[in-house]
Structure formats: structure tokens, C-alpha cells
Write a protein that binds this ligand. Structure first.
Ligand code: GLP
Length: 260
């Protein structure tokens, strides 16, 4: 696992945006894993800028979302599918149908989840998966206690996560209780995991995920089981990392050709 401590979220967005542009240059039909929440927005802004500058085309790229609120249609203004449409898709040139999210309105939820897993596999798996982390250590919507081998399925949100996400809804009571999320096991199959976390509120979750024991109580700690993980944090989010000086030293002396 590589931890990169950046000066501010925008620097993190530029770094990860560059990694995505490099991936798409190598593999124009790359498969991206997209995350919602505030953390990845700096990456989406960077990609929009690079697209406008002609640095990258997403015409051959496919993408899969991590999760969705159960019961919200893709068109619903608070759905994650709509969030991605607004924050990324409308600024770049994905082909129609190239971006998919889990089916959160299916009458047969397990069948919808199985179809989503099958679609990811049929696309050849995810090349680069963007991730945020919840203050309780969740990735995707895998709350504490999620099996580290879990697949796409329905989950119940904790009140803490519903409170954290209430800012996107008219009130706390409007935040759905149920979600459909890729499992921890699904996420671990992506070839490169990139977790972004900014701000002091994330410091504890980041330290527990990166330096704590691997445990279902901190789903983000499952990243320690993956061979290629980049954790991009600002100084406040890095505040509880015991090995921060080592991460800084490693990054400062990394061969420039290596990329993320
Ligand atoms: C939601 C999403 C997660 C995200 C988390 C943190 O719970 N399902 O994928 O990581 O929020 O969001 P933020 O980046 O806004 O702090």
C-alpha cells in the first residue's frame, strides 16, 4: 500500500486524474470504478479540465458505480447515478450506456445484484477503482461488520452514515435506510484501488484502515489485502498515521516513471 500525503484536495485530484489519463492512454477501453461522496469530486473536476484540453477521451471507457441508494431510480436527483452524471459524465465524452450503476429498484434485488457482478466480469473487471471512506471506516456502503468476502448486495446503513450523508438530502429522515453496494470482495478484485480522504474528520478512519488490524469492523482495512493500493490524503486526514514521515520519504524518492 502506498500512502501519498498531498498539500490539498486539488493536488490529490490532479495526481489521481493523471493516473486515470495515463491508464486510458495505455488502455483506451479501460474500465473505471466510480465513487460518489465529496472526496472524488476533485478527480472528476480534474478529468473535466483534461477532457476540455483534449488530453483524454472516454469514448472507449466503461465505468461501474460502487453503490446506490435502494429505491432511487437513476434519474432521481439524489441518486448516485445522477450524481455521477452531473459531476463527471456531462463534462466528458463517455458513450451512451458506458456508465452503469447497481440496479437499486429491481423487484428481485438479488438477481439485480448478480447481474451487476456479471456485467463487471463481462467487461473484464475494473482497472482502477476510486474509493472514499466513511467516518466509520466503510468503503462503498459496506458498513462495519460487512464480510470481507462480500459481493454486491443490499445493506442497511448505520445512523452515523445516514447523518454524514444527510447534507445531500432535505433532512435526515429522507436519507434511505437501504442501499445496494458492491461487496468488499468485489472491490478487492479491481486491479488498482485508489482511496481518497480529505479533512480531519477522516483521520481516525484512515489510520484504522491503513495501519490498524484487518477487520470486518473497519471494512477499509481490507485494502491491506490488495497488492496495488494508493491512499491519497491531505495533511488533516493523515494526522493519525504513525508512519507519516516514512510515507513522505517514500513518495519524495519514488522513481518518477513509476506513477501511482
Ligand atoms: C458514502 C459513499 C462512500 C463514500 C462515503 C464518504 O457513504 N457510499 O462511497 O466513501 O460516502 O463520502 P465523502 O467523500 O463525502 O466523505
Amino acid at each position: 500500500m502506498e500512502v501519498v500525503i498531498v498539500a490539498d484536495p486539488e493536488a490529490g485530484g490532479t495526481l489521481v486524474g493523471q493516473a486515470i489519463v495515463d491508464l486510458v492512454a495505455r488502455r483506451p477501453d479501460a474500465v473505471l470504478g466510480l465513487a460518489t461522496g465529496s472526496s472524488p469530486v476533485v478527480v472528476y473536476r480534474d478529468l473535466a479540465r483534461r477532457r476540455a484540453a483534449g488530453e483524454v477521451s472516454f469514448a472507449g471507457v466503461r465505468a461501474f458505480l460502487l453503490d446506490e441508494y435502494a429505491g432511487l431510480t437513476p434519474e432521481h436527483p439524489r441518486s448516485y447515478r445522477r450524481f455521477i452524471a452531473e459531476e463527471l459524465e456531462r463534462h466528458v465524452d463517455f458513450r451512451p450506456g458506458a456508465v452503469r450503476g447497481p440496479d437499486a429498484v429491481s423487484a428481485d434485488v438479488p438477481a439485480g445484484c448478480a447481474a451487476y457482478e456479471a456485467a463487471i466480469a463481462a467487461a473484464g473487471g475494473v482497472d482502477l477503482q476510486l474509493l472514499g471512506i466513511g467516518t466509520d471506516g466503510h468503503i462503498g456502503f459496506n458498513e462495519p461488520g460487512s464480510s470481507l468476502a462480500s459481493r454486491t448486495r443490499i445493506k442497511t446503513l448505520t445512523d452515523r452514515t445516514r447523518r454524514d450523508n444527510a447534507r445531500f438530502f432535505p433532512s435526515f429522515d429522507d436519507v434511505p435506510r437501504h442501499v445496494v453496494t458492491q461487496g468488499v470482495g468485489t472491490i478487492l478484485e479491481a486491479r488498482h484501488l485508489v482511496l481518497l480522504a480529505f479533512g480531519a474528520a477522516k483521520a481516525d478512519a484512515v489510520a484504522r484502515a491503513v495501519e490498524g488490524p484487518v477487520t470486518a469492523m473497519v471494512p477499509g482495512s481490507a485494502l491491506q489485502l490488495h497488492p496495488h493500493v494508493s491512499v491519497v490524503v491531505d495533511e488533516p486526514a493523515a494526522a493519525c498515521l504513525a508512519l507519516a514521515p516514512y510515507y513522505r520519504e517514500t513518495w519524495a524518492h519514488k522513481p518518477p516513471w513509476q506513477g501511482l
